[in-house]
Design a protein around this ligand. Sequence first.
Ligand code: NAD
Length: 258
Amino acid sequence: MGRLDGKIAIVTGAASGIGAATARAFVREGADVILTDVQDEKGRALAAEIGGDYQTQDVSDEARWIALVDDVVARKGRLDVLVNNAGVFMGATIEDTDLALWNKVIAVNLTGVMLGCKHAVRAMKANPGGPAGSIVNISSITGYVGLANGAAYTASKGGVRLLTKSVAVHAARAYKTIRCNSVHPGAIDTPMNQAAFDASGDPAGMRTFFSALQPIGRMTTPDEIAAACLFLASDEASSVNGAELLVDGGWLAAPGPI
Ligand SMILES: NC(=O)c1ccc[n+]([C@@H]2O[C@H](COP(=O)([O-])OP(=O)(O)OC[C@H]3O[C@@H](n4cnc5c(N)ncnc54)[C@H](O)[C@@H]3O)[C@@H](O)[C@H]2O)c1
C-alpha cells in the first residue's frame, strides 16, 4: 500500500531537481501526479517515464492557475495535494538589485506560491466527501537567514514562510482538514546550485564549500527533500499544520564551522 494511494497531486517546477524527485516519490507512493513546469520537453519526458501527466504552467500567471486547477478537478474529480516548488534564483545584493530582477524573483517564488495556495484551497474545500487537502510550500534556509547575494530571493523565501502560516490558520479554521506547511532546504544537489557553481569558475571548490556548510558534511539530495514533502502530503501529517520543516543537514543549528 502506498502512502499517497488515491490522492491527486500537483507538483510545480517538476521538470528538474527537487520537483522531479518529489513527483517520482509521489507516483511511487500511489499518487496520481500532474507535473507542471515551463521546461516542457524535460517535464513531458519525466511524466512519460514515471507515469504522470504533464501540463505547461508559468506559476506567476493566475489565469493559468485557474485553468490548471479547473482542468485537474474536471478530469480527476478532486485535488488532494499541491507542492508549490517552482522557483528561480537570481543572485544580486541589495545594491545590485534592479526592479526587473526583484519583480521576476518575487513573481515566481512568492506570487506563484500565493496563487497556488489560493486556487488549491478553492478546489480542496469543494472535494467530494468534504474539504480535504495538503499544501506544501518550498521555502529555503533563506526563509530564516539572509543571503547577501540574494536580496530578492531571501525576501521571497521569507514571504513564503509566513504566507504558509496565514494559509494554514485560515484553511484549518474554515475547513478543518486542509493543511499548509513549508519545507526549508539547505544546500541541495540540484541543477539550480550546479548552475551557480558553474558560473563561479570553480565548481569543484564551490561543491566542497557548500558540503562543509552542512554539518553532515555533504549536500542534501533532492530525494531527501522529496521525503519531507511526502510526509507532509500524507495523512501521517494529519495534525501538522503551519509547520516549518528544515532539511539542511543541521546547517542552521550550527554556530559556525565549529
Ligand atoms: N537547490 C537548493 O539548494 C535549494 C535550496 C533551498 C530552496 N530551494 C528551492 O527549491 C525549489 C526547487 O529548486 P531546485 O533546486 O530543484 O531548482 P531547479 O532549477 O532544478 O528546478 C526549479 C524548476 O522550476 C521551474 N520554474 C522556474 N520558473 C518557473 C515558472 N515561472 N513557472 C513554473 N516553473 C518554473 C524550472 O524550469 C525548474 O524546472 C525552488 O523553489 C528553490 O528556490 C532550492
